[in-house]
Design a binder for this molecule. Structure first.
Ligand code: HSE
Length: 348
């Protein structure tokens, strides 16, 4: 039976959870999916790096003692990602590190090194997809491997693959969605009377908010997600500057609080529309939706996106948009997609 060897780049919440899934459910997944998974390399800024072609002991990696690093287990204190990515024996590189929204680094380089060395990639990082998507997809094609990124938008809720694969034969003429859980949670709490700062700190305590919550609140996170969906699903060929952005600071707390009495509810909406000449307009902005609008009832940290299609009309998908388990599942779904594409070399 096929086994895919994985390299985990970054060993924070998401890749650690993927390792837990492999450790706890590997046998069940093998029976269900028809392939096995083995982790042969891990790198992490804090823990260093470890490569083992015969498979890393996951019980060890998941339960390092206080102050221990991979150097205590045959690895190194250094995190030379380029060397590990290029030289490890992995078939698939699972990239879940920090990404800088300005240039997508260091994640863009991680993806590039992997593809160049003939390894498929799955990533949960928005940066490489939003800022370098077409270039990296071309690189994957040239190297006969796959570049998958379901987790870049709405975590494991399968919006990208759903639209790419299951909407075959339909023309998608646009989409509108709630693509950031933190801002949606914050709007709900402000509607209930909380001030912005208190609502943000609640979201931070619940683990939804980015380290810098202005990425959530001021629409930068949604701007990247709209760019990804517009380019990947509408073939827009646009850049970040083409997605206009307004955040929650353009609406007053009083407006948010009193909207329900007027039959409305404020939502941070990311949208894109294909015009009759084929060009695409895209934006992020707070919108007061009528209560009977399909997105008005999406509450808390839940995300939803409604695609406009020619033959089916609007098709709406709602589900989690963040969370370590939900995002780790996105990586698993990418691995399953890579297996289905049968494009990577595998170990018998
Ligand atoms: N901070 C984001 C959100 C999650 O609140 O939706 C990852 O994109």
């Amino acid at each position: 039976m096929t086994t895919y060897d994985l390299a985990l780049i970054g060993f924070g919440g998401v890749n650690r959870t993927l390792a837990e899934i492999v450790h706890d459910r590997g046998e069940a997944l093998r029976a269900e999916l028809g392939f096995g998974l083995r982790i042969v390399a891990i790198t992490d800024l804090r823990l260093g790096s470890l490569m083992k072609a015969e498979g890393i002991d996951l019980a060890m990696a998941l339960h390092l003692g206080h102050g221990e690093t991979f150097a205590d287990h045959g690895g190194s204190k250094d995190t030379n990602n380029e060397s590990v990515i290029r030289n490890c024996t992995a078939d698939i590189v699972c990239e879940a590190t920090f990404t800088n929204p300005e240039d997508g680094e260091p994640a863009v380089s991680h993806v590039r090194w992997a593809l160049e060395s003939g390894k498929s990639v799955c990533t949960t990082n928005k940066g490489p997809v939003a800022l370098r998507g077409p270039e990296l997809e071309k690189l994957a094609e040239e190297n006969g491997v796959r570049f998958e990124f379901e987790g870049a938008v709405m975590s494991g809720t399968p919006v990208i693959r759903l639209a790419k694969q299951m909407f075959a034969g339909l023309a998608i003429n646009g989409f509108e969605g709630i693509l950031n859980g933190t801002s949606n949670y914050v709007l709900g709490r402000m509607e209930a009377g909380l001030d912005l700062a208190s609502a943000i700190s609640e979201a931070q305590e619940l683990g939804y908010a980015e380290a810098n919550p202005s990425a959530d609140i001021e629409g930068y996170d949604v701007q990247l997600k709209v760019l990804i969906l517009a380019n990947e699903l509408l073939g827009a060929g646009i850049t970040l500057q083409d997605v206009s952005r307004e955040g929650l600071s353009s609406v007053s707390s009083a407006d948010i609080e009193k909207a329900p009495a007027q039959g409305m509810r404020w939502k941070l909406i990311g949208s894109a529309r294909k015009k009759s000449d084929g060009t695409v307009t895209a934006s992020v902005k707070p919108v007061a939706l009528p209560m009977d609008h399909g997105l008005a009832g999406i509450s808390g940290a839940t995300n939803a996106v409604s695609f406009g299609t020619d033959l089916l009309g609007p098709v709406t998908v709602s589900g989690p948009g963040a969370g370590r388990v939900e995002t780790a599942y996105a990586l698993l779904s990418d691995i399953i997609a890579i297996h289905a594409a049968k494009k990577v070399p595998s170990h018998a």
